[in-house]
Design a protein around this ligand. Sequence first.
Ligand SMILES: [Zn+2]
Length: 311
Amino acid sequence: MAARRPARLTRRQGLRLGLALPLVAARPAAPVVEVADGVFVLPGVDEEASAENLDAIANTGFILGAEAVAVVDPGGSLAHGQRLRAAVAAVTRRPIRHLILTHAHPDHVMGAAAFAECGAEVIGHARLPLALAQRGPYDLRMLERAMGAAAVGSGALAPTRLVQDRLSLDLGGREVLLQAHPPAHTDQDLTVLDAATRSLWTGDLLFIDRIPALEGSLLGWLAVLERLRAMPAARAVPGHGPPAAVWLEAAEALTRYLVALRDGTRAALRAGIGIAEAPGRVAVAESRAWRLAEAYHGRNVTAAYRELEWE
Ligand SMILES: [Zn+2]
């Protein structure tokens, strides 16, 4: 099947939709952090997307090689993507050859439009094109609702190179290893390991502080975390949370939450608790340790219930 071009909001569409100018000015960008030699992160904020934060809510960044740059996730809006491009330009004149999309969620991909003219190949999981085609138009409408006119120009780019299993990139004496995973956070999760510094970009397979969002498979996510534990990594760059954290410790809280979700949902199913009641009964205490739990925990329980009721 030919890949469909992901949706992108044009200025004309924005005007037709009558998008209002944002009432609040965008906040100044957080400074870029070099978490390891040549590994740069623009930290995201633990908030929902807004005109003020420019949907810069996920960690994004880049890896600098002797010959080229690989960007990992362009962020949630055109404006954020432009910030990231400027952050690269402030560090190096080497070309951005690879734009890696860790999965299809809008806070990770909508800034890709800022990289449309830079000549980089766009790399994603083999299932990414379908996910972008299916959810792109809806995600853009939600971004417009959250950001107003500040969303204009935002959009993902169609991948030009797909990862079925593994892919190695050479940035000039610097190897970057991409791994495609079975369904976990989503069904198109891709991780990026910088071999030189043993830094593992997890995408949203790792959340710290901000409550995880379950979309792919709860049992699959726990299995993928096991697999990630075997990777030769010293630090993780999580999709949400601090710009970097000590690996494996960084995955402990997430694993505890997912196990509580699994065991609590199984217990609810055994007790005959219905899907409508389950969010108020399953892993409620564990959810309180996370930011934005009120927005996502109930959805996570519902997703877990739908998955585990067929066991
Ligand atoms: Zn995500």
